[in-house]
Ligand binder design. Structure first.
Ligand code: ADP
Length: 398
C-alpha cells in the first residue's frame, strides 16, 4: 500500500509518498507560499529530476490537488491514479492530553484536535486545514493523525506539572507536553534494534538536535521526561529559541524595552537561541565557521548549547537512575561530529568513551562509542515520515 505523509504548515505543505511494503520513498516534495504570491511546488520523484512548478496556490486544497497531479503526472509522476494511495498520515503537532497514540481521523478526532488549537495556535489550525483539504480531494481514503506530543504522554505527573498554581493546569491544561515525539519514539526504538535488544529492557536518552532541539528520557520504552514544555520554547538553547530562562526576565526586558508580552514571545521564539547569542546565524554550520575564524560570541553560543545538552543528559540519567544508550539525531545530532564530541566531553563520569574514528560519521546509523564504553553512544538519522507511514499502516490495517 502507498501511504501519503502530509506535514502541513500555515503556508507550506510537505509530502512524501511511501511504499509501505518496501518502505521506499516514491516521491517527496514541498508546496511553499500557499495563499501568498509566488506559490511554488517542488516535486522530487525517486530516481528522476526534480520538478519546480510555479503556479498560484490560493489555499491548501489547491496545493493538495497539485500534489496529486504531480504524483499522477505521466512524466514526473510515480503512480497512475489516486486509487494507488491507500491511506494518508498527517503530522499533527499538538494532541494535548486527549491523544497518547496515533488515531484514525473521524469527526470526533477533528473536534478534539481543534480543542488543542489554543495550545499550538501556529500549528494545529494549519494541520486541520491540511486534513480538511485532503478529505475534500480524497474523501474515501482513510486518514490517520500522528501527534508530536503523543509519545510523551507517558510522563508521570511529577515530570509534567509545573511549579505553578494548580488551577492553571485544571483550567487551561498548562503542563509539560513535549514535542518531536515521533522522532524520540523512532530513534529510541532504532537504538535498541541496533544493539539487538528490546527497548523495554533499556534506559535511553535521545538528543534531537536540529533547529528545534529537545532531549527525552525513555525508560524501558516509555518517555518519562522531555525538555520541551507547554510549547516548543522550553529546554535546550535552539537555533532561534531561547530554551530555559528565568521567567522573570520577560517582565524585566518588557519594562526596559517597552515591549508587549507578544513582542517578547516573538523575541524568545525567533530572535534568541544561538542566533541571538552569536548574532551570526541560526545555522550551526555558519556559527562553527565564525567560531573557527575567532568570533568569540559564536564560540560562546556553541559552548552554551553543548553545555545545556550535557546538563539535560545528566538530569535525565538521574531521572532514570542510570543510562544505557545516548542517541544523537536531527541535523546537528546526525551530522555534526564536533558537536557530539563537545557534548560527550562532559560525560566521562558516566563511563562513556567516544570513539573519535567512529564519530567521524554523517547521516548514517552508527555506534560512536568505543568497545567497552559503559554507555553506548549512537548517531541515528531520524525519519519522522517513515514513522508516520508505519503508524498509519498499522492503524488502517487493524
Ligand atoms: P529542523 O528540522 O528543526 O528545521 P534540522 O534537523 O534540519 O532542523 O537541523 C538543522 C540544523 O542542522 C542546522 O543548524 C544545520 O546547521 C545542522 N546541520 C545540518 N547538516 C549539517 C552538517 N552536515 N554539518 C553540521 N551541521 C549540520
Amino acid at each position: 500500500m502507498n501511504i501519503l505523509v502530509i506535514n502541513c504548515g500555515s503556508s507550506s505543505l510537505k509530502y512524501q509518498l511511501i511504499d509501505s511494503k518496501t518502505e521506499a520513498v516514491l516521491a517527496k516534495g514541498l508546496c511553499e507560499r500557499i495563499g501568498i504570491d509566488g506559490s511554488l511546488l517542488t516535486h522530487q520523484p525517486a530516481g528522476k529530476d526534480k520538478v519546480k512548478i510555479e503556479t498560484p496556490m490560493p489555499n491548501h486544497t489547491v496545493a493538495v490537488k497539485l500534489v496529486i497531479e504531480a504524483l499522477t503526472n505521466t512524466v514526473h509522476g510515480v503512480i497512475s491514479s489516486l486509487d494507488e494511495i491507500g491511506a494518508v498520515g498527517h503530522r499533527v503537532v499538538h494532541g494535548g492530553e486527549q491523544f497518547a497514540t496515533s488515531v484514525i481521523i473521524n469527526e470526533t478526532v477533528m473536534k478534539a484536535i481543534e480543542e488543542c488549537n489554543d495550545l499550538a495556535p501556529l500549528h494545529n489550525p494549519a494541520n486541520l486545514i491540511g486534513i480538511n483539504s485532503c478529505k475534500e480531494i480524497m474523501p474515501n481514503v482513510p486518514m490517520v493523525a500522528v501527534f508530536d506530543t503523543a509519545f510523551h504522554q507517558t510522563m508521570p505527573e511529577k515530570a509534567y506539572l509545573y511549579g505553578l498554581p494548580y488551577e492553571y493546569y485544571e483550567k487551561y491544561k498548562v503542563r509539560r507536553y513535549g514535542f518531536h515525539g515521533t522522532s524520540h519514539d523512532y530513534v529510541s526504538d532504532r537504538a535498541a534494534q541496533i544493539l539487538g535488544k528490546k527497548r523495554t529492557d533499556l534506559k535511553i536518552i535521545v538528543c534531537h538536535l536540529g533547529n528545534g532541539a529537545s532531549v527525552s528520557a525513555v525508560d524501558h520504552g516509555k518517555c518519562v521526561d522531555t525538555s520541551m514544555g507547554l510549547t516548543p520554547l522550553e529546554g535546550l538553547i535552539m537555533g532561534t529559541r531561547s530554551g530555559d530562562i528565568d521567567p522573570a526576565i520577560c517582565d524585566f526586558i518588557c519594562q526596559k524595552e517597552h515591549l508587549s508580552p507578544a513582542e517578547m514571545n516573538n523575541i524568545l521564539n525567533k530572535k534568541s537561541g544561538v542566533f541571538g547569542m552569536s548574532g551570526v546565524s541560526s545555522d550551526f554550520r555558519d556559527i562553527e565557521a565564525a567560531a573557527d575564524e575567532g568570533n568569540k560570541l559564536a564560540q560562546a553560543a556553541l559552548d552554551a548549547f553543548y553545555y545545556r545538552v550535557a546538563k539535560y543528559i545528566g538530569a535525565y540519567t538521574a531521572a532514570m537512575n542510570g543510562i544505557d544508550i545516548i542517541a544523537f539525531t536531527a541535523g546537528v545530532g546526525e551530522n555534526n561530529q564536533v558537536g557530539r564530541k563537545e557534548i560527550c566531553a562532559y560525560l566521562g563520569y558516566l563511563g562513556t568513551e567516544l570513539d573519535v574514528d567512529r564519530n567521524n560519521v554523517r547521516g548514517e546509523e552508527r555506534i560512536i562509542s568505543k568497545e567497552g564504553s559503559k554507555v553506548t553512544l549512537m548517531a541515528i538519522p531520524t525519519n519522522e515520515e517513515l514513522a508516520i507511514a508505519r503508524q498509519t499502516l498499522a492503524l488502517v490495517q487493524s
